[in-house]
Design a protein around this ligand. Structure first.
Ligand code: APR
Length: 257
């Protein structure tokens, strides 16, 4: 069935939810014009693979190259806006007693759209820290990006290491608190809404299964088949920027009685 025919079913499931947990990925920000992780390789970056740049080893080998790539992506994110899908996700807070957004995205668009409870699994491209964690694990360094070089990884203000983005690189562990919260909210929710993720990257990929095994209803919003699709109870095959506002409009009609 086409996704518009399934909007009422999705709204009915969410309307009855007491605890809604969302799991969102790069597809959530596609309609903001932010290329997904793997798309951010047009032009000057097309000769590199993300796996070659988003690793601690790559940064140690060539900090300025990795820094420049993140500054390029930060410019893309800074020049973009949250889209109607993000705003609709934030609007869900008004319809369900408890809503938690678990995101693999690093662009802050959920927070900027007004979502209150957001768990960032992979960090945030707008935050920075010392590569050597000299002030303690994941201690954030206040960096005015407008004053730092776009090509040279700045020195840490506290030691002679370099500053890096506060994002999770390949081969690195995710923030402990984020993993703990994500799996707690997946196991406790009665509905999980999965939006814009291929479901390929762990540990985020395991969240829908954890929710399903705990008895939650799984709804997926994605224009394409993903690793989540086979276990979803309801699949709306459309773009988040159109599907999510339609679901919120249907919830608004229910709330108005
Ligand atoms: N609305 C909803 N979903 C969309 C849209 C859209 N407008 N456009 C694309 N998609 C879907 C794609 O069909 C795909 O399933 O978004 C998904 C994006 O998948 P990925 O690019 O693999 O992104 P994601 O699942 O978030 O990747 C996870 O991998 O690259 C690393 O750390 C990086 O956080 C990232 C992680």
């Amino acid at each position: 069935m086409s996704w518009p025919e399934l909007v009422e079913d999705a709204a009915q499931i969410i309307h009855q939810a007491q605890h809604l947990t969302l799991s969102t990925g790069a597809g959530m920000s596609k309609e903001s014009g932010v290329p997904t992780f793997r798309d951010a390789h047009e032009g000057l970056w097309e000769k590199y693979k993300p796996e070659e740049l988003a690793t601690p080893q790559a940064f140690q080998r060539n900090p300025d190259l990795v820094w420049s790539w993140y500054m390029f992506r930060l410019d893309l994110v800074s020049g973009a806006e949250p889209n109607a899908g993000h705003r609709a996700v934030a609007a869900l807070d008004a319809f369900v007693p408890k809503v938690t957004v678990i995101t693999q995205n690093i662009d802050s668009f959920h927070q900027l759209s007004g979502s209150v409870d957001v768990v960032e699994l992979h960090g945030n491209i707008r935050r920075f820290r010392c590569f050597d964690n000299c002030q303690g694990p994941r201690t954030i360094i206040d960096l005015a990006t407008s004053e730092v070089s776009k090509e040279i990884a700045p020195p840490c203000p506290h030691c002679d290491a370099r500053v890096r983005p506060d994002v999770v690189w390949y081969g690195e562990t995710l923030p402990e608190w984020a993993i703990k919260r994500a799996f707690e909210e997946a196991a406790a929710c009665d509905v999980m809404l999965v939006i814009g993720t291929s479901g390929l990257v762990n540990p985020a990929a395991r969240l829908p299964q954890v929710a399903k095994e705990a008895g939650a209803t799984i709804i997926e919003v994605n224009p394409s088949f993903s690793m989540v699709t086979p276990i979803a109870d309801l699949v709306l095959e459309g773009p988040a920027g159109e599907v999510m506002p339609a679901i919120v409009a249907a919830l608004g009609k229910r709330a108005a009685g």
